[in-house]
Ligand binder design. Structure first.
Ligand code: PNS
Length: 165
């Protein structure tokens, strides 16, 4: 059984994330989408971990071999606990590579987990959850960048919070 993890913050899940998850689902027998709590970004979260996981579960329904879990602590510990041999990461551009390589090498130094880089499809290469949130906060149209139900929740959250301007 070849099992991989697609880790991330997913705040919120975008079409770019789903591009990578779907391609990982075609490469591996099982894929776990792991929603991490990255303390350095926690102040800029728009959605709670439960909200992010609910959105991901719905978005990943097309792939029967994909499940969604939350995790805290080290990703390598999560991999060991769940019998995961590979970490799948999307690379949007060269600018992603430095940090992703560093994380892959750090994770490899901690355990024997392999990191597999998948090039993001060109149509999503500019896409980042942080930009989606920023554009949505100022009323921009991001409806083509996230699943429809995610867009609805994004618009509702922005309406609750306001732009802060
Ligand atoms: O979507 P993000 O914010 O880029 O996801 C980052 C994430 C959650 C994948 C990363 O921060 C992570 O792996 N966190 C778990 C803690 C850990 O293992 N840190 C060491 C990384 S070498």
């Amino acid at each position: 059984m070849r099992r991989a993890v697609c880790p991330g913050s997913f705040d919120p899940v975008t079409n770019g994330h789903l591009d990578i998850v779907g391609r990982a689902a075609a490469l591996f027998d099982e894929v776990v989408v792991a929603v991490g709590v990255n303390k350095s970004k926690s102040s800029s979260r728009m959605f709670t971990p439960e909200e992010r996981m609910d959105m991901l579960r719905r978005a990943c329904e097309p792939w029967p071999n994909v499940s969604v879990r939350g995790f805290t602590g080290l990703l390598t510990d999560f991999c060991a606990e769940h019998g995961i041999q590979a970490i799948v990461k999307g690379l949007r551009a060269v600018s992603d590579f430095d940090y992703e390589l560093q994380m892959a090498q750090m994770n490899a130094s901690l355990t024997d987990v392999e990191t597999v880089f998948v090039p993001t499809s060109p149509e999503w290469s500019f896409l980042a959850s942080s930009l989606v949130k920023e554009v949505a906060t100022y009323g921009g149209d991001v409806s083509s960048l996230v699943p429809g139900f995610v867009h609805e929740q994004l618009v509702a959250r922005v309406a609750e919070r306001g732009t802060g301007a």
